[in-house]
Design a protein around this ligand. Structure first.
Ligand SMILES: N[C@@H](CCC(=O)N[C@@H](CS)C(=O)NCC(=O)O)C(=O)O
Length: 211
């Protein structure tokens, strides 16, 4: 199995399936593409791997699969013992909705606060639209943590947490005070816990060694 990913400091979409694949414990090859190269060179480097011209892309036994969410769902089916989604269908459905909302939305927050693991924490004033995104994320976290009891959104770590880990890096980098946006103490703790998993720490160490 090969996972083609972009620069670890910046590629939030690559991080999500990478965390999930690490969680399975399965061996895999990682192919790293440098993002933001000049003269179309990034696209030219990605296209031989990924027909969409985007990373991440998973290759497995003849299958070429693009899109972070599709890859995570495939990993859930390929490695059922890894419990990347919970057994309870209602919890699983709520987790899928939370991951899908992240995958499809929060454009203002993503544009104003790009993932940039190399940056030291800094102050930033959010636009109303980005602040609205943070309030909605906090609402999702508060509700799911209340329901599950934590420490992760659905109790045990799941694909939903992979989808919100890049958000936690943005909160840290841009010093966003979640309590100001309505976060419960459990949601504040959850944002920190996402950045303490062994899988995220391994990704972060990889990003550091890119510098
Ligand atoms: N919806 C896609 C988005 C993938 C995406 O936008 N990937 C970015 C890197 S994070 C990319 O490949 N950019 C190509 C480029 O920078 O040329 C997914 O979820 O995988």
């Amino acid at each position: 199995m090969e996972l083609v990913i972009g620069t670890k400091a910046w590629s939030s979409w690559s991080m999500r399936p990478w965390l999930a694949l690490k969680r399975t414990g399965a061996p895999f090859t990682e192919t790293l593409i440098s993002l933001r190269q000049q003269n179309n060179m990034t696209r030219e480097a990605i296209l031989p791997h990924s027909p969409s011209g985007l990373v991440p892309c998973l290759k497995d036994d003849g299958l070429v699969l693009v899109d972070s969410l599709a890859i995570c769902e495939f990993l859930h089916e390929r490695f059922p013992d890894a419990a990347l989604w919970p057994a309870d269908p209602v919890a699983r459905a709520l987790g899928r909705a939370a991951a899908a909302e992240m995958h499809a939305g929060f454009a203002a927050l993503r544009a104003e606060c790009p993932m940039a693991l190399e940056l030291a924490p800094r102050d930033l004033t959010l636009s109303d639209a980005a602040a609205g995104n943070v309030r909605r994320i906090v609402e999702i976290w508060n509700g799911l943590l209340d329901r599950s009891g934590g420490p992760f959104l659905l109790g045990a770590w799941s694909i939903a947490d992979a989808f919100y880990t890049p958000v936690a890096t943005r909160i840290r980098t841009y010093q966003i005070d979640l309590a100001d946006h309505g976060a419960s103490p459990a949601a504040v703790a959850y944002g920190r816990a996402l950045l303490e998993t062994p899988e995220f720490l391994a990704w972060e160490a990889g990003a550091r060694s890119e510098a």
